[in-house]
Write a protein that binds this ligand. Structure first.
Ligand SMILES: Cc1cc2nc3c(=O)[nH]c(=O)nc-3n(C[C@H](O)[C@H](O)[C@H](O)COP(=O)(O)OP(=O)(O)OC[C@H]3O[C@@H](n4cnc5c(N)ncnc54)[C@H](O)[C@@H]3O)c2cc1C
Length: 449
């Protein structure tokens, strides 16, 4: 932290690494989403009640709730609307935190927050689909269910037991196996799994642009190509500095997730950024795709190096999985995913994968989303661990409710200190090296059956 003058505290100046993002990567979503509202860079100084850094799902949902409540709000985004993970993800709406069962969650947060987190996460898909209906957002939204399939017999019993435990909180999941599962998936690789009926899919960039439009219509000001390079406190106001202007406000919400830099010292040290990848085909002929996910559920498997997939209404297939960033800053790993897609669905052999892209997400040490309030008037919400499509919308709403007066201990997420991950550098290195090892373990278990 830099102290400059008696009554001003300034966090270190920082340059967003994607200062001039020229365009979105070649994603299916960028090619098919409706136009975004025309938002330009912040042209000069501005006074508002709340400044939000980041125009992904978290920041945009917070902006919408705040603007609807009559709050003056400005969103500052380094790239375009949905430029980060929100415009690049798999679009799977999974109503569950990344915990196999509630017991681990209870051991981390205790019974009070277990009940709250179970409630918001299991209802998160309903909340999102309701938001989409209310604002009539055209984003191919469908709530056909999510299939979580077991990659080997070893996990069958525990995944069934965990589903039953979640059902005690109202998850309403059903066990599916054998020919019933084969008929739902169109794959002979998986023999058992659970169906979560509230899950579904969206076109994520269309959703981000739709929420931005709703927030704009409610009165929020959204500025793109406006990276915040410094955040300072001047008397009882926060000052966010961009290239051409500064925004002064009583509150600041940092909604930067996997793209978090050093705007708030130590914050980037609380997450491990990782880069999943996506691939998509063009619309496929009926004879190729007929049997694959015929009822339109989304699917993901239980492997350590996960695969998730969806079939589009226009007969495209979209897959997601692990990737990585190479030294040149490019996200790679698509070729492995293509091979994996053809192993699971041999019907796809020989098809063209027209779209390949990726993005960055935030992994937290405890796999929980984090809500911080490190200083009066400064809020942070991040760390969805790859399950953020629905959950980041919940977080955005909750951050807005905090600004609007909700007490910290009434929130569904515990308000935690900004605590850097110990030995983060080695953990990041370890995670990179461990991917190969995890793939090997997955392969052995899958082969054994
Ligand atoms: C390839 C991929 C697949 C995924 N698949 C799924 C899925 O199927 N289901 C699911 O639930 N989740 C999925 N996720 C995760 C999900 O996309 C994220 O959890 C969610 O979008 C996070 O939203 P956010 O608004 O918090 O962050 P983001 O959407 O990443 O937004 C953060 C924004 O902050 C901006 N920013 C950062 N620093 C600054 C600054 N200094 N000034 C101004 N702006 C700044 C960035 O430019 C960025 O646009 C996936 C993610 C990826 C990358």
């Amino acid at each position: 932290m830099v102290y400059s003058g008696s009554n001003m505290i300034a966090f270190q100046h920082w340059t967003h690494p994607m200062e001039t993002p020229a365009h979105l990567p070649k994603s299916l979503w960028a090619a098919t989403a409706p136009e975004a509202i025309g938002a330009g860079a912040l042209p000069g100084d501005l006074d508002v009640d709340v400044t939000i850094v980041g125009a992904g799902f978290t920041g945009l949902r917070a902006a919408l709730v705040l603007a609807q409540a009559g709050t003056r709000v400005a969103v500052l985004e380094a790239g375009d609307i949905g430029w980060g993970a929100s415009g690049r993800n798999g679009g799977q709406v999974n109503p569950m935190l990344p915990f196999n069962g509630p017991d681990r969650l209870k051991s981390l947060v205790g019974p009070r927050y277990l009940d709250r987190l179970a409630e918001v996460s299991l209802n998160s898909a309903d909340e999102l689909f309701e938001l989409i209906r209310t604002h009539q957002i055209a984003c191919d939204a469908r709530q056909n269910g999510w299939l979580r399939v077991d990659h080997c017999r070893k996990v069958q019993a525990s995944s069934r037991a965990n589903a039953e435990r979640w059902n005690q909180f109202g998850a309403n999941m059903t066990y599916v196996s054998g020919s019933d599962l084969h008929a739902l998936t169109g794959s002979k690789i998986y023999h058992s799994g659970v169906l979560a009926p509230k899950g579904g899919a969206v076109q994520p960039l269309a959703l981000a642009r739709g929420v931005a439009r709703a927030a704009h219509n409610a009165g929020a000001q959204i500025f793109t190509h406006s990276p915040v390079t410094a955040l300072a406190q001047d008397r009882n106001r926060w000052v966010a500095t961009t290239r051409k202007g500064r925004v002064r406000s009583h509150w600041v919400i940092l909604a930067t997730n996997g793209y978090t830099g050093d705007l708030l010292p130590g914050l980037s040290q609380t997450i491990i950024p990782i880069c999943p990848v996506q691939i998509a085909t063009d619309p496929l002929p009926d004879e190729v795709i007929r049997e694959i996910l015929p009822k339109g559920q989304t699917i993901s498997d239980t492997r350590r190096v996960i695969m998730y997939a969806r079939r589009e209404p226009d007969n495209r297939m979209v897959f997601g999985g692990h990737g990585k960033m190479n030294r040149a800053g490019e996200i790679v790993g698509h070729d492995w995913l293509i091979k994996d897609a053809m192993r699971i669905f041999p019907q796809l052999r020989g098809v063209d994968w027209s779209y390949r892209w990726g993005g960055t997400i935030a992994i937290t040490q405890d796999r929980l989303p984090h809500l911080h309030e490190p200083k009066p008037g400064l809020l942070v919400g991040l760390g969805y661990n790859g399950r953020g499509v629905a959950m980041s919308h919940v977080m955005g709403r909750v951050l807005a409710e905090r600004v609007l007066g909700a007490a910290p201990d009434s929130l569904p997420f515990p308000v935690t200190p900004v605590r850097p991950i110990r030995f983060r550098g080695s953990q990041m290195l370890g995670k990179g090296l461990a991917i190969g090892w995890m793939k090997l373990l997955d392969r052995i278990e899958t082969a054994i059956g």
